[in-house]
Design a protein around this ligand. Structure first.
Ligand code: ADP
Ligand code: MG
Ligand code: MG
Length: 249
């Protein structure tokens, strides 16, 4: 699904990622953990195609194609979904309008007809229920005035509608109380499928108690310094990140 080889990324003159290697197969859930400032969000931004992140070395392949050559909107239409650490607010654009426009852009790109208005409403209402959201969120401006938890839930709603192949979730657990965390995790778990992969970026182990990853990686100072099974997350929680950094040193 996604193959990252020797990825080096700079912001301005400052090298942030210093040779990241990562292979994610279809159906796998990978978690990236790491201390603050290690480059986790930088990795998610560069995968989304955000400007200002300069790839100085290395390759990223998505479904066999050069991801770095694709424009951001093509990446999205090809099925890469990104939930950012800080979701954007879009005043004046209703949530339901954005969801429908995004879904239809994807469908058109894939050579499918636009979704029928009635079918769309049925689809979206079902997903809203799944995520235990109030239907009134559909008619509010995207993320405007949403609490942190509501924004996160709204992003999972977007993913549930768009059914992407590769979901990248950056700090989806931050700002969630325990009930919201369980709802978001259940939403993510309901999306797990043999043809869909996840990259979950998180500072804490908490989320991984609810969404069990297949593989856990530790990013420190711009490199993946350790990989292991779900037990690695527990070990990090118990011992902190300095333990891994000392091992690497
Ligand atoms: P993490 O998500 O792991 O906490 P980030 O990827 O956000 O880390 O940041 C990694 C490093 O890159 C930090 O030192 C941060 O200050 C720096 N950085 C990230 N984005 C920018 C930017 N746009 N301008 C300057 N420095 C940046
Ligand atoms: Mg951070
Ligand atoms: Mg971050």
């Amino acid at each position: 699904m996604l193959s990252i080889k020797n990825l080096h990324v700079s912001v301005g003159d400052k090298p942030i990622l210093k040779g990241v290697n990562l292979e994610i197969n279809a159906g796998e859930v990978h978690a990236i953990m790491g201390p603050n400032g290690s480059g986790k969000s930088t990795l998610s931004h560069v995968l989304s195609g955000k400007s200002g992140y300069n790839v100085t070395e290395g390759t990223v392949t998505y479904k066999g194609e050069d991801l770095l050559e694709m424009d951001p909107e093509i990446r999205a239409r090809e099925g890469i979904f990104l939930a950012f650490q800080y979701p954007v607010e879009i005043p004046g654009v209703s949530n339901i309008y954005l969801l429908k426009a995004a879904l239809n852009a994807m469908r058109t790109h894939q050579g499918l007809p636009e979704v029928d208005a009635f079918d769309f409403l049925t689809l979206v209402k079902g997903k809203v229920k799944l995520l235990q959201m109030d239907e009134k969120f559909l008619y509010r401006s995207v993320n405007e005035g949403f609490s942190g938890g509501e924004k996160k839930r709204n992003e999972i709603l977007q993913a549930a509608i768009l059914e992407p192949s590769m979901c990248i979730l950056d700090e989806t657990d931050s700002g969630l109380d325990i009930d919201a965390l369980k709802v978001v995790a259940a939403g993510v778990n309901s999306l797990r499928a043999a043809d869909r992969s996840f990259l979950m970026i998180t500072h804490y182990q908490r989320l991984l108690g609810y969404i069990k990853p297949d593989i856990v990686h530790v990013l420190a100072d711009g490199r993946i310094v350790k990989s292991g099974g779900p037990e690695l997350a527990l070990e990090l929680e118990a011992k902190g990140y300095s333990w891994v950094e000392e091992q690497v040193a």
